[in-house]
Design a protein around this ligand. Structure first.
Ligand SMILES: [Fe+2]
Length: 394
């Protein structure tokens, strides 16, 4: 249910430009191997997940110096730590000595103000500098044995990391349509009121593909189709097809994506009349996050690949902190509506993956209602054709 830069482009025109044939309304998708192959998955890690900016959490998850968070991005494990100057640092969660895991828990507080390896007790300060090595003085070597830092940046209260320390990409480069799309929402000041995380048995690209088309919406999301008329036509954008005219906005009388269709919190100040009337505004941040901004709350969903057929999904509901603090505030109507959507999508994504293993030689096709999926595949092909792959495989 996105808004892409190509949302008004006829797929037939697109297909004609790709195939040289006019009048086509279908064209090839990726092969099943792209969703099943361990070799292709490894190439994706090298060419996409270790070169692009990846969402890893909200900056306010770490509140006091020494607060830490550990997360795994495929075959790598990352330690986020808040240092004494209230700056978040990202490091590989491995000791410089013999590589032991440093922090075992997913979240915690380093009460000693140090990162202490549980194996031989090497200690690092919160900035990752090696400060103690029991029973040995490493002299000048000590300064070289700090933790390996990973590039980290913030946008709108979100943290993104990039394993490619020489990257000249900006997190803004992955945004579609652009960061300005959400300029009128106070994203940086919002607080997560609810978070869910679960694994879906599908390739990470299948999760994106499902998000990027609404051809499935009439059958899979009847509740959503009742509040967004365009989706009843199987369309994800205001692409016009066969005389069907629709706008990508909620129905008259509907205000937001909630169980009742009504807002559950005051409308954010600063939104335009169009943004309020639309009821939803989308931003994709490739390769691992999309944001849906409503008049009263914001929802962001991120994914991390764990295996060719496994994807970790995290969904966060963001609210004005003043609203969250009110005892009478009930976010349930927004949470329940969108959790149902997520699980509906997860179920069909798993069906898609399972079918590909049943028929592994399958070569799918896209129809004109799935033009945003084609756009995603164009991004994918560009990432995977990166000529610098050989430098990024380690
Ligand atoms: Fe869906």
């Amino acid at each position: 249910m996105p808004t892409s830069s190509n949302d008004t482009k006829r797929l037939s025109e697109l297909a004609a430009s790709k195939t040289g044939q006019s009048g086509d309304h279908t064209f090839p998708s990726l092969t099943a191997n792209h969703y099943l192959s361990a070799d292709i998955f490894q190439s994706e890690l090298a060419r996409i997940w270790r070169t692009q900016w990846v969402y890893v959490g909200r900056s306010d998850e770490l509140k006091s110096p020494g607060d830490f968070k550990v997360l795994r991005i495929a075959d790598r494990e990352v330690l986020l730590v808040l240092d004494a100057s209230h700056q978040v640092g990202a490091f590989y969660n491995a000791c410089s000595h013999r590589g032991s895991t440093l922090c075992e828990a997913s979240f915690g507080q380093l009460k000693s103000g140090r990162i202490v390896c549980p194996y031989h007790q090497w200690s690092y300060n919160l900035s990752g500098e090696l400060i103690a090595t029991p029973r040995i003085n490493l002299g000048d070597q000590t300064a070289q044995l700090g933790l390996d830092r990973i590039s980290l940046t913030q946008w709108a209260g979100n943290l993104y990391l990039n394993f490619d320390e020489g990257s000249n990409l900006s997190v803004l480069d992955g945004m579609i349509p652009s960061a300005e799309t959400l300029n009128n929402w106070p994203l940086a000041t919002l607080t997560v009121g609810h978070r869910v995380q679960f694994e879906v048995k599908c390739n990470w690209k299948i999760f994106w593909e499902n998000y990027l088309e609404c051809y499935h919406c009439p059958a899979i999301h009847p509740e959503l189709c009742r509040i967004v008329p365009l989706y009843q036509g199987g369309m994800a954008t205001d692409y016009l097809k066969s005389g069907f005219k629709g706008e990508d906005r909620v129905a008259i009388g509907i205000e937001s994506w909630t169980e009742t269709g009504q807002t559950i919190a005051p409308t954010f100040e600063g939104l335009s009349a169009e943004e309020v009337e639309a009821g939803h505004t989308f931003l994709e941040i490739y390769p691992n996050q999309y944001i849906v901004a409503h008049p009263d709350y914001v929802r962001q969903v991120s994914i991390l690949p764990t295996a060719p057929g496994r994807t970790l999904v995290t969904a966060e509901w963001l609210f004005d902190p003043k609203v969250l603090q009110k005892p009478s505030f009930d976010p349930a109507p927004a949470i329940e509506f969108c959790e149902r959507l997520l699980h509906q999508d997860a179920k069909v994504s798993e069906l898609n993956q399972r079918g590909l293993t049943a028929k592994p030689h399958h070569h799918g096709l896209l129809i004109d209602l799935e033009s945003d999926v084609w756009d995603f595949h164009e991004h994918y092909r560009a990432w995977m054709s990166d000529p610098n792959e050989d430098n990024r495989t380690t």
